[in-house]
Design a protein around this ligand. Structure first.
Ligand code: CA
Length: 384
């Protein structure tokens, strides 16, 4: 038998065992939620506050709307359990330090363009734009129903960063020039703000590519630091007032046929979220991604009409210039993947998808646009 002094201990143990049995029974009947089971699977009421740093000036329409929309979607879907505050370039870190800030946990999230990190991760350019590459519709297919996103996550994994598609502008414009481009000869000595792989193409084509963040392109053009600038397209370019500092507006955006933005998330911060908040982050990013393309599609037309009415001169990039750009793009791509097995793996996936989708788009997208043009009256870009 046991001594009387042990009685209280035995009672406590027995009560504890009974409570455990009742709890297990209740869990089995679904009347009680397991409180100490895997916390990630439970819906907790814990609140999270995140910082999201961007490469854009605060409240920039278009590109800068995506992080604001994303934060609002997350707030609404999580009933405020995950609250995300958006910071413009320079508020916490400068534009070109967004990736490092997310990697180091200075901020839980970032919004920007992957090709800004080309110096650190050359293959990142595939996730913004490849000259003469895929359109927004095609890239979204590759990312979400091909290998694109999986490879992107593999590419950023060594930095503890998880990428999500963060919006697309659709086909951009080739940019603003303070003089006319009549042939490839006119590229010589031209200084242009043009990032990513296209910057290398521009260098190889006789010009000089300059790296400038969005907040500074207007002044750089105005003060003659550069002679030409590509930014986005009519809607966003008009917002920056680029028509005030250059006369000629060239199309099409050979260099950014479907420029894709990115949301980046610090891996540790993401893994610390309950599963339902992780899902909310994933789907809010997906919604913000599509919404950007929708907005540019809706607003570019009117903005272009306004620009043309205010004196902007619209010009097509001459064919010989396009050919020079294309030839140099092949060289730049070869140099990019040389000695970089991960870049080779991404390039193979990108190019195989692009080839397949292009073949089908010949008889779908292009064939339809051609067919529509045959039967509808011609369009006038000035809308008159
Ligand atoms: Ca651009």
């Amino acid at each position: 038998m046991f001594e009387r002094r042990y009685l209280p201990v035995v009672v406590v143990v027995l009560v504890g065992l009974l409570a455990a049995v009742v709890a297990l029974w209740a869990i089995d009947r679904g009347t009680m939620k397991p409180s100490s089971a895997n916390a990630n699977n439970a819906t907790s009421s814990e609140k999270y506050e995140w910082k999201l740093v961007t490469t854009w000036p605060k409240n920039l329409p278009g590109l800068g709307a995506a992080p604001e929309n994303f934060a609002r979607y997350v707030e609404e879907m999580s009933s405020g359990r995950l609250s995300i505050r958006v910071y413009g370039a320079g508020e916490i870190v400068p534009a070109f330090e967004v990736f490092d800030a997310v990697s180091q946990g200075v901020a839980e999230m970032g919004h920007g363009a992957a090709y800004y990190w080309k110096g650190k991760i050359p293959a990142a350019v595939f996730y913004t734009a490849v000259p003469f590459g895929m359109t927004a519709q095609e890239i979204n297919g590759w990312l979400h129903h091909g290998d694109g996103l999986t490879l992107w996550r593999e590419l950023y994994a060594p930095f503890g960063v998880i990428p999500f598609a963060g919006g697309s502008t659709g086909v951009q414009m080739a940019g603003w020039f303070n003089r006319e481009l009549r042939s490839a000869e006119d590229l010589k000595g031209l200084k242009m703000r043009i990032p990513g792989l296209a910057g290398e193409v521009f260098d190889a084509s006789g010009g000089t590519a300059v790296r400038i963040a969005g907040g500074e392109v207007y002044t750089s053009m105005q003060t003659g630091v550069i002679d030409a600038v590509e930014w986005v397209g009519p809607y966003n370019d008009r917002t920056l007032g680029l028509n005030e500092v250059a006369e000629y507006y060239y199309y099409p955006g050979w260099h950014e046929p479907g420029a894709m933005l990115e949301f980046t998330v610090n891996e540790q911060a993401f893994l610390a979220l309950p599963k339902d908040l992780q899902a909310i982050v994933e789907y809010a990013a997906r919604a913000a991604n599509q919404n950007m393309l929708d907005e540019f599609t809706a607003r570019n037309n009117e903005s272009l009409r306004t620009l043309l009415a205010s004196g902007t001169k619209l010009r097509a990039v001459p064919e010989d210039v396009l050919q020079v750009f294309y030839n140099n793009s092949l060289v730049a791509l070869d140099a990019l993947v040389e000695n970089d097995p991960m870049a080779q793996k991404i390039a193979r996936s990108y190019q195989a998808f692009a080839k397949d989708v292009r073949a089908y788009h010949e008889i779908s997208e292009r064939a339809f646009l051609n067919a529509r043009d045959k039967v509808l009256p011609p369009v006038n870009l000035t809308g008159q």
